[in-house]
Design a protein around this ligand. Structure first.
Ligand SMILES: Cc1ncc(COP(=O)(O)O)c(C=O)c1O
Length: 499
């Protein structure tokens, strides 16, 4: 039986929606009265009554002291933070707030190369000077892992002036760094640990799973807050039940005292002045749902996923990524990210994606040169996982024994050039620039951050020298059918600083 937790913001919004109060305020559809039938179909008339923006009873997210404050405190309590702030501009907005709160113009910040593109906007806003650390790489699987404690230790020794380290953990593939080990080193050196935990909002509810895994000798990722991180930006919408676009920024118990005030200053410039209360309330509901059911539901889905993993590994030509033994001291893995290697079938990730979409009505989260990644959440069960298994079996049946091509490999994400880049992203962003032929871009200073999306990891940032390896990587990714995010989506040109 679930124990109903309060959801103060949800309750305030539901009460307002039913109050009969005459809306002489935004939005213009006036609590659904004027909404087009098409919008009513999508959100429902009842839902539209709660689709309001700022109103006295509903509290003000810029200076919360009512229902929003209570909801944020409940979230902080649950996730182990000193303070939590809700974002309606996704984890992108939360990361921007985190960087603006932690850093000042000119501050050196250690940045893991595997971080998401949202970091770039934060760096441009702040004017900080990033020094990049290369995550480890699984050569055999051609997969970016995460940064090790030893790498962080070396970077801290090399750049003692750095103010913070920013990393992503777990990454898109569920590979998490040893945050406890890393935070120890950083705090000893007086630096902050800032975590992009977009893919880790569910980790706080894996207590039972952790117990079982410990008995089996397997480590699962620890949440950033419980590891002592100073701040963590979490996509509540990615693996939990809040609406898309909603995230939380948590401030750790060991963060500097004034961090909350600094975050609120950043809130004022990164968040809309018209937050949708359905979005805000959905964060409150997602936290309450997790508190009520999380442990039980995640234990069930974790076990079901383990069963699926075993079955998929038996299908000809398919294998699910599992962190190799040699990396298990440095990293842990979230098994709910099911990343299926299809290269032994002689096809690429995008080709497998097309087959699954066209023939099985399956929509995976992402594909890379040799894998397709499926996100499994608390909403999955035997039935949905059974469907996924049948789709993967159909894929295997379709291609096994028909090896069509040489395996198409993607070169390793290029290593960062040594030292501090010639310009920081902000300086490069505001400099005069021009698009040049990609082959003529080698050796020039980048004015854009091209990447494949997803996972959205920039190959280089504005202000860095473009290397031949980076260009080769971009061209190989394009040839493998990955989707580039760059100014020129055909990657014939790159934007560089003018000579
Ligand atoms: C690792 C990581 N960080 C940050 C983000 C940005 O999150 P949002 O889409 O909520 O802005 C994403 C989005 O995919 C991501 O994968």
């Amino acid at each position: 039986m679930t124990n109903k937790k309060t959801a103060p913001l949800y309750e305030a919004v539901a009460e307002y929606a039913e109050s009969g109060c005459s809306p002489w305020h935004t939005p213009g559809h006036k609590m659904g009265r004027g909404a087009d039938a098409r919008l009513q179909k999508l959100i429902t008339p009842q839902g539209l009554r709660g689709e309001v923006s700022l109103a006295d009873e509903l509290d003000d997210p810029f200076a919360p002291d009512g229902a929003i404050a209570a909801a944020q405190q409940a979230a902080a309590g649950f996730f182990g933070a000193r303070e939590t702030v809700f974002s309606v501009s996704g984890t992108t907005g939360a990361i921007h707030m985190m960087l603006l709160a932690a850093l000042s113009p000119g501050d050196v910040v250690l940045v893991s190369r595997g971080v998401h593109r949202s970091v770039m906007g934060g760096l441009v806003l702040v004017g900080a000077v990033p020094v990049y650390i290369d995550p480890e790489y699984d050569e055999e699987a051609e997969l970016v892992l995460n940064v090790t404690v030893a790498e962080v230790e070396a970077a801290v020794r090399r750049y003692p002036q750095a103010k913070a380290l920013l990393l992503v953990s777990p990454n898109y593939y569920g590979i998490a760094a040893d945050l406890k080990g890393i935070v120890e080193i950083l705090h000893r050196a007086g630096m902050l640990l800032l975590v992009d935990e977009a893919h880790g909002a569910h980790l706080s509810t894996l207590g039972r799973v952790k117990e079982k895994c410990r008995t089996a000798g397997v480590r699962i990722p620890e949440p950033a807050m419980k590891s002592g991180a100073d701040m963590a930006a979490q996509s509540t919408h990615k693996l939990l039940g809040s609406l898309t676009q909603t995230s939380m920024l948590h401030i750790g118990t060991k963060a500097p005292e004034d961090m909350g005030d600094r975050v609120y200053r950043a809130y004022g410039i990164t968040q809309t002045t018209s937050p949708d209360y359905l979005l805000l309330a959905s964060l409150d509901i997602a936290r309450a749902q997790l508190e009520e059911q999380g442990e039980e539901v995640f234990e069930r889905v974790w076990e079901q996923t383990a069963g699926l993993r075993e079955k998929v590994n038996k299908l000809p030509g398919l294998s699910v990524y599992s962190l190799p033994e040699g990396w298990r001291r440095d990293f842990s893995q979230d098994a709910l990210k099911l990343s299926v290697d299809v290269s032994d079938l002689g096809i690429t990730g995008p080709e497998a994606w097309d087959y699954l979409r066209e023939h099985c009505l399956m929509q995976p989260e992402l594909s890379d040169a040799r894998r397709v990644l499926f996100i499994i959440s608390y909403a999955d069960d035997e039935e949905s996982l059974g469907k996924l298994y049948r789709a993967l079996k159909a894929l295997s049946d379709e291609y096994k024994g028909k090896r069509r091509k040489e395996r198409r490999t993607l070169p390793r994400l290029p290593k960062s050039p040594e030292g501090v880049p010639p310009l920081n992203p902000r300086e490069a962003y505001f400099s005069r620039s021009a698009a040049v032929d990609i082959d003529r871009a080698v050796g020039r200073i980048a004015a854009e951050a091209p990447m494949f999306y997803p996972p959205g990891i920039p190959v280089f940032y504005p202000g860095e020298i473009i290397t031949a390896e980076a260009v080769e990587y971009l061209q190989a990714g394009l040839a493998a059918g990955l989707v580039p995010h760059a100014e020129d989506t055909e990657l014939k040109t790159l934007r560089v600083l003018r000579g």
